[in-house]
Design a protein around this ligand. Sequence first.
Ligand SMILES: [Zn+2]
Length: 291
Amino acid sequence: MPELPEVEVTRRKLAPLLVGRRIAKVHTTRPSYFFLTPPARLELELPGARVTGLERIGKYLLAGLHDGRRLLLHLGMSGQLFAENASSVRLLSAAARASLAPDAQARFRPDAHTHLRLEFEDGGPELLFRDVRKFGKVRLLAKGESDPRLERLGVDALEATGAELFASTRKRRVALKSVLLAQDVIAGIGNIYADEALFLAKLRPRRAAGRLTLRECKTLVAAAQQVLLRSIETGGSSISDYVLPDGSDGAYQDERRVYARTGEPCLTCGTAIVRIVIAARSSHFCPQCQR
Ligand SMILES: [Zn+2]
């Protein structure tokens, strides 16, 4: 599943392809839960709009339009956003290529899973949104309109501070790991990056969030940002629930210290990495290094 790093990598690659261009025509598939705005409305209301920016909020992408409207794009589990002329979908992220067959990667042609296709007035490369499992989302937001999905999000993980984490966890007895995954305090940290950040911060996933000191909160937020930025740098990864059909992975996978390393020696002290379940999700940690 694409997490913050994969979405940010996608944003950085797509922004130069979108910003400043005027939409000429919109192609969609039939109405489905993929479309929060009915496809017929997208086809009618998007042409003529010029894209002025592409921002990321948590795991959502928002293309700003010249008249204040915004196009919300969410990759869901298996969504892929890419330019028509991308020489390889690998350019985007491991997540983006995960559900394309290897032989389809060299020269992709729009298929039944390509739910949104934007043509531009300049006649240049189209933007394609493909999603085999259709857990992705598209919604056209009116000027000033928001989406409940965005309203629920806490501060973005890359912008969060330890003081904010400290303030919002007081009196919360829930496990630290649950707080990191909940998205309402800090947005964008998924299972892999939560485990890795907790290892770097030397904190156990089951620690009660409300018992953390300010100093521990600062260490943890810094660790989370270090892990996320490193993943962005390496092009992201897609290791959470995903098996890549061609056996390849995002480079970040090679840098995991605890995630999915159950029973393997800790890279710091040699102790076997332990797996426990918190809030129905796997957590991996070193019982020696993390307290
Ligand atoms: Zn260790």
